[in-house]
Design a protein around this ligand. Structure first.
Ligand SMILES: *[C@@H]1O[C@H](CO)[C@@H](O)[C@H](O)[C@H]1NC(C)=O
Ligand SMILES: *[C@@H]1O[C@H](CO)[C@@H](O)[C@H](O)[C@H]1NC(C)=O
Ligand SMILES: *[C@@H]1O[C@H](CO)[C@@H](O)[C@H](O)[C@H]1NC(C)=O
Ligand SMILES: *[C@@H]1O[C@H](CO)[C@@H](O)[C@H](O)[C@H]1NC(C)=O
Length: 343
């Protein structure tokens, strides 16, 4: 069967399910240009699947591709012109390849001016690639070998709300006051499993979720969260925090909902705000819990029934500390909404 006939057949079969936003000419161009190594689903014509194919280089990408799946191959480089025609790209998944910074051609990422999601987890990057397009909203670079954030790399990345840098080699001097400059709308930053010994500097005030598990952080400056008025999810599990390095009221932040401090060396329960819903303090060195001390509201303001001003704590983990049951009654009296406590 001639190609044109084959295409016609395909078009008839899928004509009804095609989304209206794909003009006929574009659809035709897409199907004709589908690389032989890849799959281009007829009912999702803007997606090109080239994942898990053992590819060592990037094939010619059809011009109207929006979603490009290249994960889990052996791609080592992104030559300068390789994506020159793929100007419509919104999503690119390049996770699980062998890309080094030296393999990224000049301007190849910056030229993708519609790119919204870029996934490059599990590659061999040693620094955050640059330049990046200002359209990016999600950037995932976990489990590379990143030890450097080049100055100015995030300048103009006003739309970026998620930055995942976990499992890299970032040290204190790689996350400075200026490193994250430009990320004016960042919501989630993941710096877990790096080599930080202090809290990272220069986080944008929009930060809501801060993940720092598995570093070597020993202390938190008293005013650290003053510049982070929106922080709601804070994870510091598996660090080296002792009570002497944690100012007693440092976590008494009204925005916080979920505080995770498991596997540290705390000897005392820190002061918590009334709005906190989840608290993980398991596997520390806390030997006793005094309800009167940890209760965020005074005993007189605790009525018989729960109302809006009652502490919000619903989940509390204290196991792995050597605290003997039973759970002190004053803890239960204070936290009337507590649904689960592990001791
Ligand atoms: C881009 O399109 C031009 C014109 O069709 C073609 O010559 C060139 O090889 C294409 N480049 C890539 C990388 O596909
Ligand atoms: C990208 O590929 C990785 C590796 O297979 C996968 O875990 C991840 O879910 C993919 N992400 C998206 C958004 O497709
Ligand atoms: C915690 O913060 C609240 C609100 O800012 C304040 O009223 C309260 O006194 C603080 N608690 C302690 C024990 O410092
Ligand atoms: C909640 O209950 C406490 C104690 O009964 C009371 O003092 C407080 O005024 C109540 N708050 C509201 C908003 O009803």
């Amino acid at each position: 069967m001639a190609l044109a006939q084959k295409l016609l057949l395909v078009l008839c079969q899928v004509g009804l399910v095609l989304s209206q936003d794909v003009p006929y000419e574009e659809l035709l161009a897409q199907i004709q240009a589908c690389p032989k190594e890849c799959t281009c689903p007829q009912n999702f014509p803007r997606a090109v699947y080239c994942d898990n194919k053992g590819l060592t280089s990037i094939p010619r990408i059809p011009p109207f591709t929006r979603y490009l799946y290249l994960q889990n191959n052996m791609i080592e480089s992104l030559p300068a012109n390789v994506l020159e025609n793929a100007t419509q790209l919104h999503w690119v998944n390049l996770s699980g390849n062998k890309i080094k910074n030296e393999g990224i051609g000049e301007g190849v990422l910056g030229a993708l001016t519609r790119l919204v999601h870029l996934y490059m987890d599990d590659n061999l990057l040693s620094s955050v690639p640059s330049p990046l397009p200002a359209s990016l909203e999600h950037l995932r670079l976990s489990r590379n070998r990143i030890s450097k954030i080049p100055t100015g790399v995030f300048a103009g990345l006003d739309k970026l709300n998620l930055l995942d840098l976990q499992g890299n080699k970032l040290m204190d001097d790689s996350v400075t006051e200026v490193s994250l400059k430009g990320l004016n709308n960042l919501v989630q930053i993941n710096l877990a499993k790096n080599q930080l010994s202090r809290m990272p500097l220069g986080l944008p005030p929009t930060t809501t979720q801060l993940f720092l598990d598995g570093n070597n952080i020993e202390k938190i400056p008293a005013d650290y969260f003053k510049g982070l008025p929106k922080v709601a999810f804070l994870r510091l599990n598996h660090n080296k925090l002792g009570s002497s390095g944690v100012p007693n009221d440092v976590f008494n932040i009204s925005s916080i909902l979920d505080l995770q401090l498991s596997h540290n060396q705390l000897t005392e329960v820190p002061i918590i705000p009334s709005g906190l819903e989840h608290l993980h303090l398991d596997h520390n060195k806390i030997t006793s819990v005094n309800g009167a001390n940890i209760c965020p509201v005074s005993a007189d303001s605790l009525g018989d029934s729960v109302n809006e001003s009652s502490p919000r704590l619903r989940y509390l983990r204290l196991d792995g500390n050597g605290i003997n049951p039973p759970i002190p009654r004053d803890v239960l009296v204070c936290f009337g909404l507590l649904r689960s406590i592990v001791i």
